[in-house]
Design a protein around this ligand. Structure first.
Ligand code: HEC
Ligand code: HEC
Length: 175
């Protein structure tokens, strides 16, 4: 007999996370959209123009704060915005920043791609895949996640990045 529980479809790490984190946002638990329902349009437009608009819950408040006070020196780019927009978005990011255990740690360089949870979720991907011309950077979520623009990272919306070698497909397929 199959026992159906709400978490039955989740991978073991996520199930473990659910058990240990009491403030886990529902969006993470059901792998649904991770961008808050009322995401400011300025966030989607400005912070989604060079890369996808990263879900605020993927970084802790301190990281967002640092990012928003250094937009003129943003990972080698100038991502400056007018002061009113900075204030609006910074406040919104503080409100929706990640709070549960996994995300509470500030990752190196305030890169969500350097956080422990990110590296664990992507540990089965071969190093050669990150170097593909169609990927180039782990920050380029949309190369592999079809729903990234809308904040969806569920593993049933994965796509093969262009040029993916057959022997590297396994991490992208349900096992
Ligand atoms: C002018 C282009 C540009 C704009 C606009 C921009 N970014 Fe970025 N952002 C970058 C680049 C370039 C990187 C580094 C990407 C890489 O390493 O591949 C980056 C990286 C990041 C990262 C770290 C990603 C990682 O590696 O984990 C975060 C978080 C981030 N941006 C947030 C924002 C936010 C918030 C805004 C809006 C206020 C914004 N960005 C606007 C260019 C931009
Ligand atoms: C090179 C392709 C690639 C890139 C780029 C990438 N991912 Fe992934 N991601 C994957 C694969 C493949 C999996 C599934 C891994 C597995 O199940 O072993 C995954 C899994 C995930 C999961 C877990 C999904 C679930 O349902 O368990 C999240 C969340 C996630 N990625 C977020 C991101 C974010 C955010 C970015 C960008 C900052 C990103 N990924 C960039 C390939 C990628």
């Amino acid at each position: 007999m199959t026992i159906h529980t709400p978490f039955a479809h989740l991978r073991p790490w996520l199930a473990a996370l659910c058990l240990t984190a009491s403030t886990l946002p529902a969006a993470w638990a059901d792998s649904g959209p991770m961008l808050p329902r009322q995401t400011p349009s300025a966030y989607l437009q400005e912070c989604g123009s060079c890369h996808v608009a990263y879900p605020p819950g993927m970084l802790p408040a301190r990281s967002w704060q640092r990012l928003m006070t250094g937009l003129d020196r943003h990972y080698g780019s100038d991502a400056s915005l007018d002061p009113a927009t900075v204030q609006q978005l910074a406040g919104w990011l503080q409100q929706h920043a990640g709070t549960y255990k996994r995300v509470a740690e500030e990752p190196p360089q305030d890169r969500l791609t350097r956080s422990v949870w990110f590296q664990r979720k992507h540990r089965e991907i071969d190093p050669a895949v990150w170097r593909l011309a169609s990927v180039k950077s782990a920050a380029n979520c949309a190369a592999c996640h079809g729903g990234a623009e809308q904040g969806r990272f569920d593993d049933d919306e994965l796509r093969f990045p262009a040029g993916l070698a057959p022997q590297h497909r396994r991490a992208f397929l349900d096992d």
